[in-house]
Design a protein around this ligand. Sequence first.
Ligand SMILES: Cc1cc2nc3c(=O)[nH]c(=O)nc-3n(C[C@H](O)[C@H](O)[C@H](O)COP(=O)(O)OP(=O)(O)OC[C@H]3O[C@@H](n4cnc5c(N)ncnc54)[C@H](O)[C@@H]3O)c2cc1C
Length: 590
Amino acid sequence: MGSTMETIRTDVAILGAGGAGLRAAIALAENAPGLRIALISKVYPMRSHTCAAEGGAAGVIKPGDSLEQHFDDTVSGGDWLCDQDAVEAFVDEAPGELLQLEHWGCPWSREPDGSVAVRPFGGMKRERTWYAADKSGFHILHTLFQTSLKHASIRRFDEYFATDLLVDDGRCQGLTAIEMRTGQLKLFQAPAVIIATGGAGRMFRFNTNGAIKTGDGMAMAYRAGVPLKDMEFVQYHPTGLPSTGILLTEGCRGEGGIMLNRHGRRYLQDYGMGPETPVGRPVLKTMELGPRDRLSQAFWHEQKKGNTVETPWGDCVLLDMRHLGEKLIDERLPFVRELATSYLGKDPVTDLVPVRPTVHYMMGGIHTDIAAATPLPGLFAAGECACVSINGANRLGSNSLTDLLVFGRRAALSALDYVRAAPRVANEATLAALAKAAQTRMRLLFEKTGGTESIAGLRAKMMDIMEEQAGIYRTGDGLEKARAALNELRRRHAGIELNDKTNVYNTEWLQCLELKSLLDCAEAVVAAALARRESRGAHQRLDYTERDDRNYLKHSLAHHHPTDAPRIGTLDVVITRSQPGVRDYSGAHR
Ligand SMILES: Cc1cc2nc3c(=O)[nH]c(=O)nc-3n(C[C@H](O)[C@H](O)[C@H](O)COP(=O)(O)OP(=O)(O)OC[C@H]3O[C@@H](n4cnc5c(N)ncnc54)[C@H](O)[C@@H]3O)c2cc1C
C-alpha cells in the first residue's frame, strides 16, 4: 500500500457490474454521449451473480395476461408491503426492457410459432416468465456486457474492491477502491455514485449465492448514514441442493416438477396451496407454484412432523421430475440435470432429487425512492442491493432480473439529471483527506499484530447464528441471542490479524472487509426482525404469528450507529389501488 493516492475523475461512478450496474452504464452512455462513466467491479463483469440466474425474467407479453395482473400478483406476493407506485412503474416498463434485451441479442426461448416463450413461476398466476432455457441470467448478463462494450465512454475498473463512500457537504462525491492487482487504494471522484453491488445472502449457512454476495455496497451506504430498508425480509428458496445450497430453479416446478415428503405425499396440499391434481402442463395448480415463503415454511413444518427424508447432508424433501421425460428436461432444464447429477449423483430423469430451503435473496436493502435515489444527495442504488420497494415482504421469482433492468435504467436517468442540475465543485482537499483516512484504517489493519481471531472461524459462527435464529421462523428470544452474538462477533472482528501482508491479490484482506460488510448487514437484519412483532411474508415469528396491518403495514428503516445498536425507524407503505387482503393460493392457475 503506497502513501500517494491516484485520483480518478469521472462523472458517474457505478459500483457493481452485474445486471443492474451494466444496465445503468448502458443507459448513461446512450443518453449522454461523452459523459465519463466508471464501472467498478470486484470481479470481471461476467462473474457477477446475475450470471447464475436460471429461471427467467417476468414481463407481460402474452394475450390473456395484463399489467394489472402482474401488479396484483406482485403486491399480494409481497404481502402488501410493496410500494404500489413502484410496482406500477415496474410492471409497465418490464415488457419494454425485455424486448430491448431481445433487440440487443438475448436468445430468449421460443414457442413453436417463433414467438417468445414464457413459463409459469411461483406466485405468478399467469405464465409471464421469459427464459433462455435454464441459463437466463447468463444470457441476460452476456447481452448486457457485450452491449456495454460498444460504448467507449464506459471505462471499466475490473477487480477493484470498493471500501468507502466519500461524503462531504452533505452529498456523496465518490468512493475509495482497492486495485486488487496492486493493493493500491484509489480515489474515485464522482458527483454521482450508483451502487449496484447485489445481495448479502452469504451471511447464512445454506445459501444459493455466489461467494461475492457479501453486502459490501449495502454496508458502505449504511455506514455513510443511508438507512437500510426492510432488512428483516430474507427469502429462502425451497429447492436448493442440500450439500452445497446450489439452486435448482423454480423452473423445475414451472415445468411440472412436484414436491414429495418421505411418504410420497404432495404435502403442499396440506398447507393451503391447492388440492391434489393431475401433474403437468397445461393443467397447472398452485401447489408447487405457490410463493417461496409459503413453500419454505411448509418444509419447516414437515421437518417438525418428521415427514422429511434424512440424508447425509441433513433433512430434505424430494423433487420429482421423472414424469417430465428426458426430452423436456434436456430442452428446458439441462443445467438442472447437470447440477443434480454432478453434485448429488441424482439424475432427475430417473431419480428423485433431495432438496431443502436455502437463503436466496434479500428483499431489503439500501433505501431508495421510485427514481432509485437514496436520501443522500448524489447517491443512487439499483438491483438486489436496493429496496425500492417492489418486493415487499416476499419477492416473486423472476421479478428480480426484470427489476435490475427497470431500476438500473431509472438509476442512470436520475443520476444523469442530478449531475446536469448540480454541477457543484468538489472540495478536493476534503475528499483527499477522507480517502487518506480510509487508507490509514487499511494500514492499521495490515500492521496489527498479536491478533487471535480467524476470518473463517468468525464467518462460520455468523452463518450458524443467522441460520438458527434469523432463518425461516424466528422468535424474540432467538433474535436477542443473535443480536448479542453478532455484537460479540463485531467486537472480535477487530481482533483479526492478517497473516498475508502482501499487496498483490490479497484475498485474505478482502475477505476480512467482506466479513465486516456481512456483519453490518446481519446486524440490520436482526434489529429489524426484532422490531417487527408480526408475521408477514418471509418474516415469520413464532411469538407473533399474525400479520398486523394496524401496527406494521410499514417499512422498517435501520439507521447505523458507530458504537451503539442501530435505530429502527418506519416509513409508510405507498398504497395506490390494492388494499391489504388475504393471500390466496388455493386456486388453479387461470
Ligand atoms: C442462483 C441464483 C439464481 C437466480 N435466479 C433468478 C431468476 O431466475 N430470476 C430472477 O428474477 N432472479 C433470480 N435470482 C436473483 C437475481 O439473479 C439477483 O438478485 C440479481 O442477479 C442481482 O443482480 P445485481 O446486478 O443486483 O447484482 P450482482 O449480479 O450480484 O452483481 C453485483 C456486482 O457488484 C460488484 N461488487 C460487489 N461488491 C463490490 C465491492 N466491494 N467492490 C466492487 N464491486 C463490488 C460485483 O463485482 C458484481 O459485479 C437468482 C439468484 C441466484 C443467486
